[in-house]
Design a protein around this ligand. Structure first.
Ligand SMILES: Cc1cc2nc3c(=O)[nH]c(=O)nc-3n(C[C@H](O)[C@H](O)[C@H](O)COP(=O)(O)OP(=O)(O)OC[C@H]3O[C@@H](n4cnc5c(N)ncnc54)[C@H](O)[C@@H]3O)c2cc1C
Length: 454
């Protein structure tokens, strides 16, 4: 069967800034852009903002430097600005553990900020609304309209039909790099991580799970913070699977289950991670469909494992799943600069830094030198070959080991603030992303609470 689509004029609307993806980076980008006075369209395929913050790890890592791993280094908060404001709003709703120090794990150097997955969606939505962002949820970005190296607009589909949204500056925060790819940017698909569909598990006891791990001397990560309205309670736990009874450990390994969880509620594991390594990139629809099914089978088996083997979890049940599989990387978009592992480990800063970050997910194997920070340069957010497209989130950074730092939630949020601010400034000045004067961007970011350490 061959179908020829009839050409017709699509309804169109015009904005200063168009941002694709209302996830970890996109929410922050849109708030930042709108607060600069830009008219902003934020396109999100799901019915709510939040992205992987509410579907992946459900904890934000890490607002701080790695002070504990380096004697004499002071504890300092290196990511503030809008990401911190989100935590403040969550705190007002008693919807976060707060910045809970890792008392065990990550070589004692990380802060885990667990967030209530449902209230995060609401808080993000309200912040976008208050900033005046046109939030287009249940809307899929399907195409880009380009003129040479410039994007003129994007094509979106919703139940209102197909529309075009014209813009002056664009930001790709889709994780998958859908906008950049549709606009003709260069990319790779490394397929270097497992995909996941993590679940919230109800009917469990954090304290009993801790006792179970402790009885086998298996606790590898532990932190205390605010939970169900009370401070000083367990909010993160992780156990070494190899030390646990074989019946549980073998079952966990077979389904790619990690024994880590975070929570902000009693009797609730806010996330239990089920991993699955796809044979091809998660952009392959049919392979992704097979992964969706396999992950749901694994979810059911995971709950069964807890019921059978972990005291206090006899009544475990699945309380939350992600509407679709969660990726750690889809497309890797080619940008003007590619952050390297050496940049991260040597605490390198650049003359166009837009944020500082100090955490690496593989600590203590990889740590930023001296407990310091590295800089994310503006040029790392500029999509190569396009004049008015920025990228923020997991879709930048080729090197897997460098990506294990830049893909972390709080780094993605910081990139979002930088990209959204830059897009708004470009739109106001009718300039390309590369012509935007860096001092102007830096001054604006600093005025909005961004910490720059160079
Ligand atoms: C299972 C798992 C556990 C993790 N655990 C942690 C952790 O504990 N700590 C940590 O710091 N990091 C963790 N990470 C990594 C981190 O969560 C992500 O790297 C980061 O959140 C990515 O942010 P993002 O903005 O790039 O993407 P996302 O947050 O995924 O946002 C992308 C958004 O774009 C939307 N979208 C995509 N395509 C389109 C389209 N075509 N049209 C419209 N909308 C679209 C999506 O629906 C989504 O809302 C984890 C990741 C996974 C998968």
């Amino acid at each position: 069967m061959q179908v020829q689509e009839s050409s017709k004029r699509l309804p169109d609307r015009a904005f200063d800034v168009v941002i694709a993806g209302a996830g970890t980076a996109g929410v922050v980008a849109a708030v930042a852009a709108a607060r600069q006075g830009a008219t902003v369209a934020l396109i999100e395929a799901k019915g709510y903002p939040g992205g992987l913050v509410v579907e992946g790890g459900t904890a934000l890592h890490s607002f701080y430097n790695l002070w504990k791993a380096f004697p004499g280094v002071a504890k300092r908060q290196v990511v503030k600005g809008i990401p911190q404001e989100i935590v403040d709003r969550l705190t007002e709703r008693d919807a976060t553990s707060g910045h809970a120090e890792m008392l065990k794990g990550y070589n004692y150097d990380s802060v885990c900020t667990a967030v209530d997955t449902e209230l995060y969606k609401l808080v993000a939505f309200e912040m976008l609304d208050a900033a005046g962002v046109n939030v287009m949820v249940n809307t899929l970005l399907t195409g880009a309209v380009t003129d040479g190296s410039r994007i003129e607009g994007v094509v979106v589909e919703s139940r209102s039909g197909r529309e075009t949204l014209a813009g002056k500056a664009f930001v790709d925060c889709t994780g998958y790099g859908d906008l950049a790819a549709r606009a003709g940017a260069d990319f790779t698909e490394p397929n270097d991580y497992a995909v996941a569909n993590s679940i919230g598990v109800g009917g469990v006891s954090l304290e009993k799970y801790h006792e179970f791990l402790d009885a086998h001397d298996a606790v590898t990560e532990y932190s205390e913070g605010r939970r169900s309205g009370r401070d000083g309670r367990i909010v993160r736990l992780h156990g070494r699977v190899s030390l646990l009874p074989a019946a549980f450990a073998d079952g966990a390994r077979a389904i790619g289950m990690a024994t880590v969880t975070t929570t902000v509620h009693d009797d609730y594991f806010m996330f239990i991670k089920l991993n699955y390594k796809m044979p091809v990139s998660p952009t392959d629809r049919d392979a992704a469909a097979a992964a969706e099914l396999e992950l749901r089978r694994r979810q059911a088996k995971a709950v069964e494992l807890f019921r059978r083997h972990v005291p206090g979890c006899e009544g475990a049940f699945i309380a939350r799943t992600s509407p679709s599989l969660c990726i750690r990387r889809g497309r890797c978009i080619t940008c003007d600069y590619d952050i390297t592992l050496d940049d991260v480990l040597t605490a390198r800063h650049f003359d166009d830094d837009v944020m500082a970050y100090g955490f690496h997910d593989s600590a203590p194997r990889f740590q930023v030198a001296g407990g310091g920070t590295y800089g994310v340069p503006y040029r790392a957010l500029l999509v190569a070959g396009l004049d008015n497209l920025l990228a923020a989130g997991m879709l930048i950074t080729t090197d897997h080991d460098a990506h294990m730092s830049t893909r972390n939630t709080v780094c993605c949020m910081g990139q979002g603030q930088a990209a959204g601010t830059a897009a708004a400034l470009c739109a106001a000045a009718n300039s390309t992303t590369r012509d935007l004067p860096y001092p102007r961007l830096r001054k604006t970011l600093e005025a909005d609470g961004v910490v720059l350490e160079n």
